[in-house]
Design a protein around this ligand. Structure first.
Ligand SMILES: [Cu+2]
Length: 134
């Protein structure tokens, strides 16, 4: 039993050390005004802005199955002045983090099942919006 705890403790320390290194690296890679990624020529452009309270606009309609270029800004440089992220587990949209004052440009495969889906910020769960695929 004691050996198991020792092993778990060592594992925990190792994991913490690794995640510490990773976050340090990603901090160095922040580009405040990201360029358009290669291959975005035919993508459907979705422009979003995080404020301290809401995502603008609240709803966007996207052609189902079409590749999407997200252009997401974080203009929340005063009230919260915090990172925001856009996450949509239901539609396989993995976290896109936007730091205050930053504009990111990210390609996403899109989603091919028509419907309305909520996406939002997991850091501030009250900040969300609806993506409609049709
Ligand atoms: Cu947020």
């Amino acid at each position: 039993m004691k050996k198991q705890y020792l092993f778990l403790s060592i594992l925990l320390v190792a994991v913490l050390a690794l995640t510490g290194c990773n976050s340090g690296n990603s901090n160095e890679e922040i580009v405040m005004d990201e360029p358009v990624p290669a291959g975005a020529e035919d993508a459907f452009v979705v422009e979003l802005d995080f404020t301290a309270d809401i995502i603008i606009p609240a709803t966007i309609t996207i052609p189902a199955g079409q590749q999407v270029l997200f252009v997401i800004s974080n203009s929340d440089t005063v009230d919260l002045n915090e990172d925001h992220n856009l996450v949509g587990p239901e539609i396989g949209l993995r976290e896109i983090i936007v730091v205050p004052g930053q504009t990111v440009r990210r390609l996403w495969d899109g989603y091919d099942v028509p419907g309305e889906y909520r996406v939002g910020c997991t850091i501030h769960p009250w900040i969300d919006m609806t993506l409609i695929f049709e």
